[in-house]
Design a protein around this ligand. Structure first.
Ligand code: GLA
Length: 397
């Protein structure tokens, strides 16, 4: 017995090590938290540690939220050797902060820009310091970098008017340089391209080493803004897949600007889109409704399905839209969205989403099996709300 144990432990360690080495980065859409939507620049070491604690205590970590990501404004400056340092008053020890996040079983994300300074600020970006910064990030234990083009947007747009090809090469170059620098550190660091969808980034983001790329302008905590970001993703499904995802920006759930139905819409639509789920609220004090939405494991499972297919719009009828995402086990996630201002009925047939015969229906917000059905089906969808179903073949067929 003792001999078996002695043998088993190193073998287990070896197996774990090997699978950690071979797991592709962002195999499923990244999940985590970023303070920008709620706190903007008012962030410090204490808030980040408290958030990491809350991610564990609230069950978010167990539900899959993993990356604790700093946004713009953490930077202090550069020292005489050009070394980037954090604002010492708010972030006295970045390596210690990374260690703390890791000690909770979470991962550490950071932010920079390919410009001289970050967006709307005087803090340094990484222009001309890509390799030096990547080495510093790796030494702090960073696992994720959001790289935000900021003033590069204006430079790109000007160039685009004169010479679109040159503009494309400029943009590609900014991101490729940092990707190469991250690669050179030898540390696996998820690379989040943030340039608001310029230059149809979905066509070349993976080529520039992106694991995710923003496809839209900044989200805001209103139904108009959120739905603008989400529904314009129709048609982009072919560009996403394991390791490289379209990113319609972070979640607003729990920030107070929308009612529960629109927040369910965001969670459902992002899951159908296989979009990154980066919570943007104060998770130290979530109410029950927010928690139920962010922690809906059935909806999260749709987002994180290992097949890695982004869903797409099947059909729309006035303000009503039917979306579908294929899942690995042959099931399909279906969401019916009501973008109108009053509750409405929507009729569809299971055939049009791939189930011409009998189909087992589960409601992912009610957490209820609705039985085996076939043919036509009608759902009542609340205004700005959603009905989300998981459809699968009944076992006996
Ligand atoms: C841009 C990004 C946002 C956020 C801010 C920070 O607007 O799109 O997500 O990072 O910069 O200034």
């Amino acid at each position: 017995m003792l001999r078996v144990l002695r043998l088993a432990a190193p073998v287990l360690i070896l197996v774990c090590w090997a699978s950690a080495q071979s797991a592709p980065l962002a195999a499923t859409p990244p999940m985590g938290w970023n303070p920008w939507n709620h706190f903007k620049r008012n962030v410090d070491d204490k808030l980040v540690r408290e958030t990491a604690d809350a991610m564990v205590a609230s069950g978010m970590k167990d539900a899959g939220y993993q990356y604790v990501i700093l946004d713009g404004g953490w930077e202090g400056g550069r020292d005489a050797q050009g070394g980037l340092y954090a604002d010492p008053a708010r972030f006295p020890d970045m390596k210690a902060l990374g260690d703390y996040i890791h000690s909770k079983g979470l991962k550490f994300g950071i932010y920079s820009s390919p410009m001289k300074t970050i967006c709307d600020g005087t803090e340094p970006g990484s222009l001309g310091h890509e390799e030096q910064d990547a080495r510093i990030f790796a030494a702090w234990g960073v696992d994720y970098l959001k790289y935000d083009v900021c003033d590069g947007e204006g430079i790109y747009l000007k160039l685009e008017q004169q010479d679109p090809q040159q503009a494309h090469e400029y943009m590609l170059g900014l991101y490729t340089r940092m990707h190469n620098a991250l690669q050179a550190t030898g540390r696996p660091i998820v690379f989040s391209i943030c340039q608001y969808g310029l230059d149809a980034v979905w066509r070349w983001g993976a080529h520039a080493g992106g694991n995710l790329w923003r496809t839209t302008n900044d989200i805001r905590d209103s139904y108009t803004d959120m739905s603008q970001n989400g529904f314009t993703q129709a048609g982009l499904s072919q560009f996403a897949g394991s390791g490289h995802w379209n990113d319609p920006d972070m979640l607003e759930i729990g920030n107070g600007g929308m009612q529960p139905d629109p927040y369910k819409t965001q969670m459902s639509l992002w899951a159908i889109l296989a979009a990154p789920l980066i919570a943007g609220n104060d998770i130290r004090q979530m109410d029950e409704t927010t928690r139920d939405i962010l922690l809906n494991r059935e909806v999260i499972a749709v987002d994180q399905d290992p097949l890695g297919r982004q869903g797409d719009r099947v059909r729309s009828e006035g303000p009503l839209e039917l979306w579908m995402k294929p899942l690995q086990d042959g099931a399909k996630a279906v969401a019916i969205f009501n973008r109108g201002r009053s509750d409405m009925d929507f009729d569809f047939s299971f055939g049009e989403v791939g189930f011409p015969g009998k189909v087992r229906v589960r409601d992912l917000w009610l957490h209820q099996d609705l039985g085996v059905k076939s043919g036509e089906y009608t759902v009542r969808v609340p205004k700005h709300g959603v009905v989300m179903l998981r459809l699968s073949k009944p076992a006996s067929i």
